[in-house]
Design a protein around this ligand. Structure first.
Ligand code: KG4
Ligand code: ZN
Length: 347
């Protein structure tokens, strides 16, 4: 009822080339970006790492407060860097789930306020689909392909059938792979966020420890699981410490990484094979992992597949990927949202 004109403006974007502002605040990065299709005009990320590092992880209440402080300065900065005013924005895309409720609400409320005040159509964006759209930025990637999304909250193999058509082939039954990376890092006393620290240490170690045997190989339903491996590493470190034995953190990191990533890559490649496709695209914060990037590049190439990996800053949370996801919604007239849009933490 609030936005009759806005819906007409949205419908007029179909088949065009709109300028889209993306807003992302699902976890611990406040981010605003402006894109036109696959081209990024500005990409601003206000990271909260310095704030959460003293707690060893994200504190939800602290995260929402930081988003509240950072969001409008990020909007201003994104416009300034793109050399545009709000009147030149054709559409706003916002992450509405999954994520932390208090964090999501800051982005959703801000996007709704701008949409209402300036009569700019609003598009709702699923965070995971957003991650996949990082692979479109400055590339010629086109659906269909298989995406491997590996982040702090998700681990999924997804068949991307069209710009607005996603089918999950398999995902984790318990913990996300990034969660496991962060837990191992915490056990070893490495600072938050742990994934990049484990990545760095792993390069100095050998994958000589067998924590947990995935004897069966790829699961027939393409599901994954990380809680067993996570617990096995935790127990290994506890037991060694109780016996007063020295542990080699670099070997633990290298061994954990190999076990966590090898099955992930095999599962994703099986997803490509079953889908009878020839392209695989990596996405999510864990896609920044050097062992994963190398492994998928080597094995994918050996099978004759095209492999896409976003540059590191587009792997972790950012708003450019959210804006690109919204762009593809707008040009196909999908995912329009009105003033009743709410955050969906469990999306
Ligand atoms: O996509 P993202 O920024 O946020 C979520 O949507 O969850 O992913 C964050 C996750 C964290 O668990 C972080 O430790 C992990 O990505 N990560 C890494 C690396 N860089 C970030 N994990 C392994 N190796 C890395 N180089
Ligand atoms: Zn993410």
């Amino acid at each position: 009822m609030y936005t009759q004109n806005t819906k007409q403006k949205f419908d007029a974007l179909k088949g065009g080339d709109p300028v889209v502002m993306g807003i992302e605040s699902s976890c611990d990065e406040t981010a605003v970006a402006i894109v036109r299709g696959r081209k990024v005009l500005s990409n601003v990320v206000a990271s909260q790492i310095d704030i959460h590092v003293k707690y060893g992880g994200v504190v939800p209440e602290v995260a929402s407060r930081s988003h509240t402080d950072a969001i409008l300065p990020c909007v201003d900065e994104a416009l300034e860097r793109a050399g545009l005013s709000l009147d030149e924005i054709d559409c706003i895309g916002v992450t509405y789930g999954a994520g932390l409720i208090g964090s999501l609400l800051v982005g959703v409320s801000t996007a709704k306020a701008i949409s209402l005040a300036k009569n700019i159509p609003l598009v709702k964006v699923d965070h995971i689909e957003g991650h996949i759209c990082a692979d479109y930025i400055d590339t010629d990637l086109k659906p269909p392909f298989v995406a491997l999304v590996a982040s702090g909250g998700h681990t999924s193999v997804i068949r991307v059938k069209g710009y607005n058509e996603y089918e999950t082939l398999g995902s984790t039954r318990d913990d996300a792979i990034g969660e496991a990376f962060d837990k191992v890092a915490r056990m070893l006393g490495l600072p938050y966020p742990g994934g990049p620290q484990v990545d760095k240490l792993a390069k100095q170690g050998n994958a000589c420890i067998k924590f947990y045997k995935h004897g069966k190989g790829v699961n027939p339903d393409l599901s994954l699981s990380y809680s067993g491996l996570k617990t096995a590493v935790v127990n290994y470190i506890h037991n060694a410490r109780q016996r007063g034995e020295e542990i080699c953190a670099a070997d633990i990191c290298a061994s954990f990484t190999a076990e966590a990533v090898d099955l992930l890559v095999d599962t994703a490649l099986e997803g490509v094979r079953r889908s009878k496709l020839d392209t695989i695209a990596l996405a999510g914060g864990v896609a920044a992992n050097s062992y994963l990037r190398e492994k998928i590049a080597v094995l994918g190439k050996a099978k004759g597949y095209k492999v896409f990996c976003p540059p590191l800053p587009l792997c972790t949370d950012n708003a450019a990927m959210i804006a690109v996801r919204a762009y593809f919604s707008a040009v196909e007239g999908k995912n329009y949202a009105d003033m009743y849009l709410n955050a969906r933490p469990g999306l």
